[in-house]
Design a protein around this ligand. Structure first.
Ligand code: DX5
Ligand code: ZN
Length: 219
């Protein structure tokens, strides 16, 4: 596993009315901004429509990591790549053609990534590891920020690390990442960490990003 640690704060728990200044607080300290897209179908919550998301992607001073929690994701994923996302993550549970959607995402210059909900086994998806740039293991049920970290997902993180082998694939965890859980996820093999409420409920969000990075780098 490489020593690199990436922190990708989620703006889900930021103040949506002042997103530009919320993003500005953490941009310099962060590797990418994690943008959660929810459609109220795949998950029981809704965030940004495509137009609002496009504005965020275009105005963001650092690369955007779009995490699509939407049903029938295939076409939408290509649109998010075209809109300028640095990385597009599709849920394996929401696609009808993983292989061609991953290829389409990459053909638009974005990194292509697959996400797995807590009840989805990774073994059924090992054949796609030659096509992906990142795998996202959900450490909560997708839908909301501020939920409890599911430590029992660490066996899946370890399996993902094994499947990655020597490939330069990032291994991301999302849900409940904080100063008290990031080390557990790092030890299991994650190198890319989404943190929403931990960052935006901190008094100094940029400092929290740095603290998370330091904490993860201890392992
Ligand atoms: C949840 C989202 C997460 C969420 C994480 O479905 O995918 O990105 O914002 O928030 P925290 O870090 O508060 O669990
Ligand atoms: Zn997310």
């Amino acid at each position: 596993m490489s020593n690199e640690v990436r922190i990708t704060p989620s703006i889900l728990n930021a103040d949506f009315a002042h997103l530009d200044s919320e993003i500005a607080k953490i941009a310099q300290a962060s590797d990418l901004i994690h943008l959660d897209i929810m459609d109220n179908v795949f998950v029981p919550n809704m965030t940004f429509d495509f137009q609002a998301a496009t504005e965020i992607i275009k105005n963001c001073p650092i690369p955007v990591d779009s995490h699509l929690m939407v049903a029938d994701v295939d076409l939408i994923a290509v649109q998010y790549a075209e809109a300028g996302s640095a990385s597009v993550t599709i849920h394996v549970e929401a696609t009808s053609d993983i292989r061609s959607t991953l290829k389409e995402i990459k053909s638009h210059g974005a990194r292509a990534s697959i996400a797995l909900k807590p009840n989805t086994s990774i073994n059924d998806y090992s054949e796609y590891f030659d096509l992906i740039d990142m795998v996202l293991i959900m450490t909560v049920e997708p839908g909301f920020g501020g939920q409890k970290f599911m430590e029992n997902m660490m066996s899946k993180v370890k399996e993902a690390r094994k499947l990655i082998g020597s490939r330069p694939i990032w291994l991301q965890v999302d849900g409940g990442i904080s100063l008290s859980t990031i080390e557990i996820a790092r030890e299991a093999g994650a190198d890319t960490f989404v943190a929403g409420s931990a960052v935006f409920s901190a008094q100094d969000p940029a400092m929290m990003v740095e603290q998370l990075r330091t904490q993860a780098a201890l392992h």
